[in-house]
Ligand binder design. Structure first.
Ligand code: ADP
Ligand code: MG
Length: 265
């Protein structure tokens, strides 16, 4: 990747903090935070409930304004939501009155993309997430895992440079979750998007990420920033669930679990 391109997609947080006002007084959800995320990184954020993970993701999404500091993507301040930063929420947020295909086409349609192009794009993405035959179904006809895949296809249709995911697999059973983890890794390897992924699961964070941030209990701040390098070349499909049995995986898991435990107390 050229330096110019790398800088264009770099996410930079300088002294970003968030304090919520409420009846019982202010809540500092995020302490002043400096963070640089390079293009193509897969960064997971873990930490106890209420430590500000969702707040951090919503700041990156442009849904919240920071109380102090600045967020940039390349040279541009994050000033609001943008299709360049796609968000996958924990609970599926598909429009119930549209078909699965209609949901995936919705963003491009709003942007005025022609019917033929957006239909072809939607089919390609539905194939990619394993829903090639489900385009005509309504969201309520899909299982939780399928709805989550449809949500991912809907985000990808905008070809975002950055994908923000807030515990996207939290509500799924273990088998579906593992399948989607492998699919997400495959997608990330192919498309090399920047991913910021919030999860409760240390195991999931180590498996998926190139880097894991551990946040402390309120007021949230990053207490550990750990680069993950697992055996096997992550550029091919060698790195699958089998990697969880390696000593390297276990050692990262232990280190992060200890950091979360300390951060909690
Ligand atoms: P996490 O996702 O790590 O569980 P959140 O970012 O959701 O944490 O919340 C961080 C803290 O900010 C919590 O104490 C939460 O109660 C508080 N908080 C979150 N959103 C709001 C809000 N809109 N108004 C007031 N307090 C909030
Ligand atoms: Mg949360």
């Amino acid at each position: 990747m050229s330096t110019a391109l790398a800088q264009r997609d770099r996410v930079v947080l300088s002294e970003v903090s968030k304090t919520y006002a409420s009846a019982s007084g202010p809540t500092v959800a995020l302490s002043p935070t400096d963070l640089v995320i390079e293009p193509g990184e897969f960064v997971s954020v873990v930490g106890p409930s209420g430590c500000g993970k969702t707040t951090l993701l919503q700041l990156l999404g442009g849904f919240l304004e920071p109380s102090t500091g600045a967020l940039l993507v390349g040279e541009d301040p994050i000033a609001g939501p943008s299709p360049e930063r796609g968000v996958v929420f924990q609970a599926p947020t598909l429009y119930p009155w549209l078909s699965v295909r209609g949901n995936v086409e919705f963003g491009p349609k709003c942007r005025g993309v022609g019917k033929k192009t957006r239909r072809a794009d939607a089919q390609r993405l539905l194939d990619l997430v394993g829903l090639g035959d489900a385009g005509d179904k309504r969201p309520y006809e899909l299982s939780g895992g399928m709805q989550q895949r449809a949500q991912i296809a809907r985000v990808l249709t905008n070809d975002p440079r950055i994908i923000l995911m807030d515990e996207p697999f939290g509500a799924l059973d273990q088998l579906t979750r593992e399948r989607l983890q492998v699919e997400l890794l495959r997608l990330w390897r192919e498309a090399r998007k920047t991913v910021v992924f919030v999860t409760h699961s240390v195991e999931e964070a180590v498996l998926l990420s190139t880097r894991v941030l551990v946040m402390s209990a309120r007021p949230g701040r990053v207490v550990l920033d750990r680069r993950i390098e697992l055996p096997g070349d992550s550029a091919d499909s060698a790195r699958e669930l089998a990697v969880t049995a390696t000593p390297e995986f276990q050692s990262y898991k232990l280190e992060l679990a200890e950091a979360i435990y300390t951060a909690h107390n």
